[in-house]
Design a protein around this ligand. Structure first.
Ligand code: ADP
Length: 403
C-alpha cells in the first residue's frame, strides 16, 4: 500500500511539475499510467503544432492576397489585418490593433456606409496615399460573419476608375467630333431642299457637303486603325518591310497634299528625302505606313507655304533605325509636348480641322511605335519648327546587301 501510495505521489508530482517528456516511472501500473499520459500529451502537442502550422500557412496566404483584409470583432475593433490593408489604410500593427476601425478611417462616405448597416454593396473612398495629383481610390466592402464579426475587404480601383473615365471621355469626344460635321451636313441638306438655288450655288453647297462627309470618313478610318491596333496580335519580327519603297510612296503622297494645301497647283513646301536605300525593318507594313505618313503629313499640314521639310531614314551609331521628320513649321510650346499623343489632343483646334486633322494621328503613331518596340521622340521650338523621331530597336533592323 505504502509503496503504491509513494509511486502515486511520484506520478502526481511529475504531473504537477509538467515535465511530461521525462519518464516518471518505468514499471508497474503507475509506470503504465505515466507512460500513457506522456504519450497522450505528446500527441496533443503534435496536434497543436500542426494546427499552429496550418494557421500560419493560412495567414501567409491571406497576407499574399492582392486585396486588403481586415478582421473586425463584434464591436468593430481591428483583430487582424494583412499588409495590403496596412498600405491601403496606413495601419501599423503595434499601434492600431484592437482600435476601432471607424476611429482610424475617418472618411464620411465610409462612416455613412458603416452606420447604414446595409453591406450588400461596396463603398468607394480615397486611400491613405490619395492626393489630387495622384489619386488612390479604394473599394471597401464589409462582410458580416460569425457572431457579429466582420470581414472588411479593400480593393484598389484607381486604374479601373481611370480606365472607365477615359472610356467615357473617348465616347464623348467621338460623339462630339462626329456631331459637328453631321450638323453642318444636315444644315446643307435642309438648304438644298428648301431654297431654290442656281447651279453654281448648288455645286458650292455640294462641295462643302463632300468636305464634311470626307471629314467624317477620315475620323472613322482613324478610329478603325486605332481599334485594330488595340485588338490585333503584336507585329511579327520575321516579316520584313521595305521602308525605302514605302517612303518613296509617302513622298509622292506628301507632295500631292502640299499641292492641294497650297492651292496653286504646285507643292507649297520644299522637300528633302534622305533615305538609306538598303535599310529595312521587321514589322507590320500597314502600321508603319500609317505611323510614318501621319508624321510626314502633319509636318506638311502644319508648316505654312514656303516652309521646308526633311525626312531621314538611317542607321544610328547603335545599330538602330531612325526615322526623322523635321519641319520649319510653327513649333509646339513645351507644355503641350507630353500631351500630344493623347487621343483628340490638339494645340490649335481650328488649324487641325482646317487641314483635315482628327486629333488621333499622334495617338496612332505612339501606338504603332510601342507595338514595334520603338521610341517616339518629339523636339520642338516655338517659331522655329519641330522634329519627330521614331527609333526602332536594332533587333528589328536589316541592312540588305543587294544595293
Ligand atoms: P491632328 O489630326 O490634329 O493633326 P495629331 O494627333 O496628329 O492630330 O497631332 C496632335 C496635335 O499636335 C496637332 O493638333 C497639332 O497641334 C500638333 N502637331 C502635330 N504635328 C505638328 C507639327 N509638325 N508642327 C506643329 N504642330 C504639330
Amino acid at each position: 500500500m505504502l509503496l503504491d501510495t509513494a509511486r502515486a505521489m511520484r506520478v502526481l508530482q511529475w504531473l504537477k511539475e509538467g515535465h511530461v517528456s521525462d519518464v516518471a516511472l518505468r514499471q508497474g501500473l503507475w509506470g503504465e499510467v505515466s507512460d500513457r499520459v506522456r504519450r497522450l500529451v505528446r500527441e496533443r502537442e503534435q496536434q497543436a503544432q500542426a494546427s499552429e502550422k496550418r494557421l500560419q500557412a493560412f495567414l501567409a496566404a491571406l497576407q499574399a492576397s492582392p486585396n486588403g483584409l481586415v478582421l473586425l470583432d463584434a464591436r468593430g475593433r481591428i483583430e487582424w489585418f494583412n499588409q495590403t490593408a496596412a498600405a491601403h489604410f496606413g495601419f501599423d500593427v503595434q499601434r492600431d490593433l484592437f482600435q476601432h476601425f471607424v476611429n482610424l478611417v475617418r472618411d464620411p462616405g465610409f462612416a455613412t456606409y458603416y452606420a447604414s448597416g446595409d453591406f450588400s454593396r461596396p463603398v468607394v473612398m480615397p486611400g491613405r496615399e490619395h492626393t489630387p495629383a495622384r489619386p488612390v481610390r479604394l473599394s471597401v466592402h464589409l462582410h458580416p460573419y460569425a457572431e457579429g464579426r466582420q470581414l472588411l475587404l479593400s480593393r484598389d480601383v484607381t486604374q479601373f476608375e481611370q480606365a472607365d473615365a477615359m472610356r467615357r471621355d473617348f465616347v464623348a469626344n467621338v460623339s462630339h467630333e462626329i456631331r459637328t460635321p453631321l450638323t453642318v451636313l444636315a444644315g446643307f441638306v435642309e438648304t438644298l431642299q428648301s431654297l431654290p438655288l442656281d447651279e453654281a450655288q448648288r455645286s458650292r453647297y455640294l462641295d462643302l457637303m463632300a468636305q464634311q462627309s470626307q471629314r467624317m470618313e477620315t475620323l472613322v478610318n482613324d478610329l478603325l486603325v486605332l481599334s485594330r491596333l488595340e485588338g490585333s496580335p503584336l507585329p511579327s519580327e520575321a516579316e520584313w518591310v521595305g521602308v525605302p519603297r514605302l517612303l518613296h510612296y509617302l513622298e509622292n503622297e506628301a507632295r500631292a497634299l502640299s499641292t492641294v494645301l497650297s492651292e496653286s497647283g504646285v507643292p507649297g513646301h520644299q522637300f528633302t528625302f534622305d533615305i538609306t536605300q538598303n535599310l529595312d525593318i521587321s514589322g507590320a507594313h500597314s502600321e508603319l505606313q500609317s505611323a510614318m505618313s501621319n508624321l510626314i503629313n502633319n509636318s506638311v499640314r502644319y508648316t505654312p507655304n514656303g516652309g521646308e521639310l526633311r525626312v531621314q531614314w538611317r542607321l544610328d551609331d547603335h545599330g538602330r533605325a531612325e526615322f526623322t521628320v523635321t519641319d520649319t513649321g510653327p513649333g509646339i510650346a513645351p507644355e503641350h509636348i507630353p500631351r500630344l499623343t493623347e487621343r483628340f489632343y490638339r494645340v490649335d483646334r481650328s488649324r487641325s480641322r482646317d487641314t483635315g486633322g482628327t486629333g488621333l494621328g499622334l495617338a496612332i503613331v505612339k501606338h504603332v511605335a510601342q507595338r514595334h518596340g520603338a521610341e517616339l521622340k518629339i523636339e520642338s521650338t516655338l517659331g522655329k519648327g519641330s522634329r519627330f523621331v521614331l527609333v526602332f530597336p536594332a533587333a528589328r533592323v536589316r541592312t540588305r546587301l543587294d544595293d
